[in-house]
Each structure stands twice: as C-alpha cells, then as structure tokens.
Write a protein that binds this ligand. Sequence first.
Ligand code: SF4
Length: 157
Amino acid sequence: EHPTLLVSACLLGQPVRYDGHSKGLPATLHAALAARYRLIIICPEVAGGLPTPRPPAELAGGDGHAVLRQAATVRTAAGGDVSQEFITGAQLALQLAQQQQCRIALLKANSPSCGNLQVYSGRFDGQLQDGQGVTAALLSAHGITVYNETQLEQLLD
Ligand code: SF4
C-alpha cells in the first residue's frame, strides 16, 4: 500500500485560493505524486470556514506557532481578525492527517496557512520573512514533515 501524503488542495488544481484560482502543479508532477502516494487533500482555510474568494490575510505579530499560542493574529488588510478560522482549519488538517496516517505533507509555499518556510510580512508589502503558516506550524509540532512545491524532488526521488 502506498504511503499517504497530505496535500494543499490548490496545488492539485482546486480553485480554493483567496482569489478564487488554483496553483495547480503540472499534470506530470500530479501524476507522479499520485503514482507514489495516496493523496489526502485539504484546503485548511476553506475547512476552517472561510469563503472563496476571500480577502487575502497575513500573519501579524508572529508566525503560525505564535498564532496557535494566541500570541499573534491572522489579519486581512482591512484589519479583520481571521485567526480563529485559520486555527480551526489547522486543527482539521491535523485531524485528517492523523486519521489517514500521513507522516509527510506537501503544502503551498508562502501561504499564511500552508507556508512551511516563509510567510508574508504582515504589512501587505509583498515581502517574505522566515516562519511557518498556521497549518504548517501545527503539523510540524506534531511530527509531520512539511514540504512545499519547490521541494518536490525530495518527495519523488
Ligand atoms: Fe492553498 Fe493552503 Fe491557501 Fe488553501 S489555505 S488555498 S490549500 S495555500
């Protein structure tokens, strides 16, 4: 039986991003992943109750680990606090990953939920900084290794 891999829905072509679009991987890569893994698909922001499209949000005052400790927030450019939706989505992603025995995840880079290495600054200025999104943080804290779409060779070697 193939190992399971938790995957961001937008990377598999589902139009769940804030702007109503997807960021689908090329078909050959999608096929290569599907041949090697049983793919478990989730969009944490949609799972957490946010609509699509939705205003873009960024982490404010800390990364996803800080949001989970309620020491930082997730905010829209207008200042709306969507932290609870992001936390709920992360919890549902963790629950699904644990149910499906995923030890690894492939999540979209730079997202305030899914980013595994960097996230946007919180100033809506397009600048990235080191840190994890809320879902990537919760999965990592529970021993699930999170990769992004620029690290695919590590999943397909
Ligand atoms: Fe993609 Fe993750 Fe954003 Fe959903 S929350 S659109 S899966 S990057």
